[in-house]
Structures are given as C-alpha cells and as structure tokens.
Design a protein around this ligand. Structure first.
Ligand code: AR6
Length: 176
C-alpha cells in the first residue's frame, strides 16, 4: 500500500542516506539560501559543477521541473534539484506547479532506477508557500505516484521546522 512507503521525519535532509535527496532550488541552479545553501555547503563543489554543466546544456530549470546531479560528499547518492513556485496569492498556478515539482522529481528517480527519495517541504521557506496547503499537495502527489508506480520503495518527507512537521503529520493521519 502506497501510504506504507511514506515516512515523515524531523531533521536536516543533508544527513539523509537515500538514493536521492531533493533540493528546493531556484531556476538558475547556482545555489542560494535555505535547504539549497545547506545542500551545496555539505555536499561540496561537485554538485555545483554538475549544475553548471546542466545550465550550459539547457539554460537552468523551469519552475515545476527537476534535474539530477551527483550528491558530492553527502550520504545520499544523488541530488534532484527542483524549482518550486514563489507563492504569489494562489492565482498564479502555484498549486499545479508545486505538484509538478513532486511528480517530476519522482519521475526522475524512477528513470534513474532510484528506489528511495527524500523531500524537503518545497517552497515553504523563502518562497512563502502556505505550509498547510503545501503539505496536502506534497502528500497527495506522492501517494498518487506511489499508487501508479511500484518501483519507488520509500519516500521520506524531511521536515526541518515544527510547523511543517505538524501539518505533514496531521495531513497524513487524517487523509491517508
Ligand atoms: N533540511 C531540510 N529542510 C530544510 C533545511 C535542511 N537542511 N533547511 C531548510 N529547510 P527554502 P523555498 C526547509 O527556503 O521556499 C533558496 O535560496 C525550510 O524550513 O530552503 O523552496 C533557493 O535557491 C523550509 O520548510 O526553499 C531558492 O531561491 C523548506 O526547507 C529559494 O530558496 C524550504 O525552504 C527556494 O525557496
């Protein structure tokens, strides 16, 4: 059953040993603050080198899309960089774009035969997406994907702050 493959933890995603961890990047792919800064700091320069090669090839990453790189020195094997939407009131396709981030990251994991993937709460920091709504979009998109694809064995939702942890656990307990 799909929901049994989901684990919710509190902590720092750079410490997670999974086939892939997901980065909440920006479309330049050249680093930033928040979880993006933490991943590049802990993972070292190899991640940025891969990002630069992707930028040279395809000119960055559009909102809702995802790309994959090495994880450098991190315990994970790969980093999947996705670009969440900036919250701008909700009438600018933010919900669909956030769902696309989760779906495209999972599709990329499948394409690379990666069985375990860890997500942060994409867009809920610097991009100001409301956390409760983001938790429902994340969970629904992940469950739908897991129901349709059996290759992914585990999805770990890594919540860094208490509010995201509370909304994520609450949504899981009430709806899944
Ligand atoms: N592990 C897990 N989650 C974390 C960590 C960590 N080490 N650090 C922060 N978070 P944010 P966004 C959580 O701002 O809103 C960057 O500058 C944090 O508590 O990292 O998608 C990019 O380059 C929050 O819940 O990403 C973009 O420009 C969540 O990660 C922009 O920020 C997302 O917060 C992206 O903004």
């Amino acid at each position: 059953m799909a929901y049994r493959k989901i684990r919710i933890v509190k902590g720092d995603i750079t410490k997670i040993k999974a086939d892939a961890i997901v980065n909440a990047a920006n479309s330049s792919l050249l680093g930033g603050g928040g979880v993006d800064g933490a991943i590049h700091r802990a993972g070292g320069p190899d991640i940025l080198n891969d990002c630069r090669a992707i930028v040279a090839r395809q000119g960055g990453c559009k909102t809702g899309n995802a790309v994959i790189t090495t994880a450098g020195r991190l315990p994970a094997k790969h980093v999947i960089h996705t670009v969440g939407p900036v919250w701008n009131g909700g009438d600018n396709n933010e919900v669909t774009l956030l769902a696309n981030c989760y779906r495209h990251s999972l599709e990329l994991a499948s394409r690379h035969h990666l069985a375990t993937i860890a997500f942060p709460n994409i867009s809920t920091g610097i991009y100001h997406f409301p956390k409760e709504l983001a938790a429902s979009i994340a969970m629904n998109t992940i469950v739908t994907y897991l129901e349709e694809h059996s290759d992914i064995e585990e999805v770990i939702l890594v919540c860094y702050d208490d509010e995201n942890l509370r909304y994520t656990e609450q949504y899981y307990n009430q709806h899944i």
